[in-house]
Design a protein around this ligand. Structure first.
Ligand code: B16
Ligand code: MG
Length: 217
């Protein structure tokens, strides 16, 4: 039986990926590093510091830890300028309706996001109340693809892994779910997320019956 659904935030509930991209691009430009939308794909689901490391590596730049902290903080300020403009309705297609359906069917709802800004985003979208449990980037010690974030979510929800389903848009996140032995729905492009148990373009395209058959094949 499906007793809980655990959602990634960025790319599943709301498209903040475009804001991350714009902020990283601005930083990369200042550093004289080329950074494309394709490069950005690698950063999805990855923590802020690891993202910066990937960009610096791409530009073959080595800098001090102190300077790194400063750059990451600057990126986050730019990111927050975009995020702070978000309002209810800016969530991805079908997200709110899907959460409503889960609530109506007494299925618990958790968040498993690598972002340290996850609570802020949910508040701005007025969606915090849907979540019985929130696990975000401030609470984890091991980044995706480690399953820690989703295991912590299931534990806090008091639901077994086999009764939970994870929703992810990033490869690192799908691997995290599978490393924790969760069933996982990929949200996005089947060519990129083919590893997931099923892939849908958005939460508007999945029904409760499909979820149930995923857990009871
Ligand atoms: P922050 P998710 C992730 O969110 C993003 O996909 C990733 O691009 C970002 O670097 C990470 O959060 C950290 O975000 O800088 O806000 O702490 O997909 O795990 O919900
Ligand atoms: Mg994501």
């Amino acid at each position: 039986d499906v007793k809980a659904c655990i959602f990634d935030l960025d790319g599943v509930i709301v498209d903040t990926a475009k804001y991350h991209y714009l902020a990283w691009k601005r930083l990369a430009q200042e550093l004289g590093i080329t950074f494309t939308e394709e490069d950005n794909e690698e950063l999805k689901g990855v923590s802020r510091m690891d993202s910066l490391d990937i960009i610096l590596k791409k530009g073959k730049k080595e800098i001090s830890q102190e300077k790194k902290e400063e750059l990451a903080a600057r990126k986050n300020e730019w990111y927050l300028e975009f995020v702070n403009e978000m309002k209810p309705g800016d969530e991805l297609p079908g997200a709110r309706q899907f959460l409503d359906t889960l609530k109506q069917n007494d299925i618990k709802i958790g968040l498993g996001s690598s972002s340290k800004n996850a609570k802020l985003c949910l508040n701005l979208l007025n969606m915090t109340d849907y979540f019985d449990v929130i696990v975000d980037g401030t609470m984890i010690t091991k980044a995706k693809p480690d399953p820690q974030i989703f295991i912590m979510g299931a534990e806090k929800l008091d639901v077994k892994v086999e009764n939970s389903i994870v929703f992810e848009d990033a490869l690192a996140g799908i691997e995290a779910a599978q490393n924790g032995r969760f069933k996982v729905v990929g949200i996005g492009d089947p060519d990129i997320l083919g590893k997931a148990d099923i892939v849908r373009s958005s939460l508007a395209d999945i029904t409760l019956d499909e979820l149930k058959s995923l857990n009871n094949p």
